[in-house]
Ligand binder design. Structure first.
Ligand code: ZN
Length: 222
């Protein structure tokens, strides 16, 4: 969850501090980047995958290591269907609350699970899209020391559109309108394949895909 950052559009200040993170993609083409954090889980990830498939959309899933261990078949489906994978730590740690050593070990533990679960050999003749180099910090929180080291090893992916799908107090339609209003060419949109976000994802994701597909946008994986 990213509940520490209560704004829909990323502030220029924050993106200036973390300037080596990817906040949006600089492109003139009508491309959008959906990202789903905190999965995979059986209750919502298959729904997300079905909807993406229906609109021929690709996305990026920032997975929690322990969820990948528990749901390896769903994880494999994400890979087989051509989406990208990113590391979101093993236990969804808030970097501010952990020593660098503990935090990096948790990231490495997640990386090991992702490597283990994904096949390095392409068994189905499909393009191997697995990309371990993407990392998104849970809650968007990193200490400066963690940021300094991680940016050398990973492509740190943040967002420019926060969907608020995790916010139980926000109405579904308001959440949808926030996303539709704030998304522009090259936007990186954060959603969650989590239990908390499930009602809003079920409501909004099909509408987001339809709205932008009809406007000629394509959804790509990072
Ligand atoms: Zn998260």
């Amino acid at each position: 969850m990213l509940d520490a950052l209560l704004f829909t559009k990323t502030s220029p200040l924050l993106s200036a501090v973390y300037r080596d993170c990817l906040w949006r993609v600089n492109t003139k083409e009508k491309i959008l980047y959906l990202t789903f954090d905190d999965g995979p889980i059986a209750e919502i990830t298959p729904f997300v995958l079905d909807e993406l498939k229906r609109w021929k959309a690709k996305a990026t899933f920032f997975c929690i290591g322990k969820n990948v261990e528990a749901n390896s078949e769903i994880f494999q489906r994400i890979i087989n269907e051509g989406h990208s994978i990113g590391n979101h730590t093993y236990d969804h740690l808030n970097g501010w609350n952990y020593s660098d050593k503990e935090y990096f070990e948790n990231i490495e533990k997640c990386a090991a699970v992702l490597n283990l679960q994904s096949s390095p050999v392409d068994r189905n003749g499909m393009k191997q899209i697995f990309n371990l180099q993407l990392f998104r910090p849970p809650y968007g929180k990193l200490k400066p020391s963690q940021y300094a080291k991680l940016k050398l090893q990973y492509k740190l992916v943040m967002w420019d559109v926060l969907s608020f799908d995790f916010d139980l107090k926000m109405e579904e339609e308001k959440m949808l309108q926030n996303v539709l209003k704030n998304t522009e060419t090259g936007s990186i949109i954060v959603m969650h394949d989590s239990l908390k976000a499930k009602p809003k994802v079920e409501y909004a994701l099909p509408k987001i895909l339809e709205y932008f597909s009809e406007k000629g946008f394509v959804f790509n994986a990072l």
